[in-house]
Design a protein around this ligand. Structure first.
Ligand code: SAH
Length: 349
């Protein structure tokens, strides 16, 4: 079902909507109605490219939990996609029984389609809501995994949070420079065609939604301790520019065409998010994905995986590694930000 009628009604009623309203409406529909990942879908993410990604994040989470003093904690993934990252995290840490005993896993997800895929990946079918133990991934005493629609009701425990390509899906606002100065960019509809208004070449962006999520997570970490890891494409110092983009079938697409049927994203302003955490007296660490994964031992892990396997699998493993860390591929475009209550060195930075 298309969201065009809903958009038409909304824009007729309000005469125009902001970029953030548009992005939120489109992405809610987009994620709620499909599995967008992989060669059959619209885009591919790091955990879908190589198991090395989730395994190293698992090692990072366990190490950080140890640095926090091995407390009872909540391990949360925001926007878990198909559940691949959490599956690899739990598999990579299953030989650390104290870690699995201490954590409650919370998946924060708005899409019913992706929640169902996550339940399947993590060993619980959607019919078995009460009995979602990870028998194969975690033979020990992991508590049943919980699904939440937002971050509002996280358990009152120290937090270990990971979010990969989550922030880029949150709505941004844009402003356009006009003769009258900076004005909010809106979306209009005429004869079923969407357009931006006002027009202009100079655009600047902000994301109140990203800042609100960051503040909520920092509030939690201030109260209970913890660390949150965000991985996404983005930049560190704000500059003017239009980063709103749509992806469909692995190709760039006009964001105003086929609303709700293409993945809408914007680059994440990591500098602003790091500043927000520092303003709340937390620590912020920032680096590129390539550096982060290398420091956590991506190459060593690839070498270990290449042993005892055939030529074809070796090539797949090495290609996956290359895509994740090489500066020409995801290594420099993607950034990693950790916000934490920890004073000492955080692994990977
Ligand atoms: N982390 C996954 C998926 C990234 S796509 C991976 O790396 O493969 C973005 C994910 O965030 C999807 O699971 C989408 O449904 C979810 N999402 C988007 N907006 C959200 C919101 N406001 N709250 C919670 N989840 C959201």
């Amino acid at each position: 079902m298309s969201i065009l009628p809903k958009l038409r009604e909304l824009i007729t009623h309000k005469s125009q909507i902001s970029v953030a309203e548009y992005m939120e409406l489109c992405n809610t529909h987009y994620y709620a109605t499909r599995d967008p990942f992989g060669t059959q879908g619209d885009f591919t993410t790091a955990p879908e490219i190589s198991q090395i990604f989730g395994e190293l994040i698992g090692a990072w989470l366990a190490q950080t939990w140890h640095q926090l003093g091995s407390p009872k904690a909540v391990m949360c993934e925001a926007g878990g996609g198909r559940g691949t990252l959490m599956k690899d995290v739990l598999r990579a840490t299953r030989n650390l029984p104290q870690f699995h005993d201490a954590i409650r896993v919370v998946m924060v997800e708005t899409s019913p389609v992706l929640e169902a895929l996550q339940r399947k990946a993590l060993g619980a079918s959607s019919e078995e809501r009460g009995s979602n133990r990870l028998s194969s991934l975690a033979p020990r005493t992991l508590a049943p995994i919980e699904w939440h629609p937002n971050l509002n009701n996280l358990p009152s425990l120290p937090l270990l949070l990971v979010a990969n390509e989550f922030l880029d899906a949150l709505p941004i606002e844009q402003e356009v420079h006009t003769k009258e100065g900076w004005q909010q960019r809106h979306i209009l509809m005429r004869d079923n065609t969407l357009s931006f208004s006002p027009v202009g070449d100079r655009i600047r962006e902000s994301s109140p939604a990203c800042l609100a999520v960051m503040k909520q997570i920092c509030d939690h970490i201030k109260r209970f301790g913890g660390a949150a890891l965000f991985i996404d494409y983005g930049y560190n110092t704000a500059a003017e520019g239009d980063t709103l983009q749509a992806l469909k079938n692995h190709k760039f697409h006009n964001p105003l065409e086929t609303p709700g049927e293409a993945d809408l994203t914007a680059h994440v302003n990591f500098g602003a998010l790091q500043q927000a955490a520092i303003a709340m007296k937390l620590h912020g660490y920032y680096t590129t994905q390539g550096e982060f994964l290398r420091r956590l031992g991506a190459e060593l892990r690839a070498t270990a995986l290449c042993k005892n396997t055939n030529h074809e699998s070796r090539a797949t493993i090495l290609q996956g590694l290359e895509r994740l860390v090489s500066p020409e591929q995801m290594g420099e475009l993607f950034k990693v930000l950790c916000v934490t209550s920890l004073m000492d060195d955080v692994a990977g930075f």
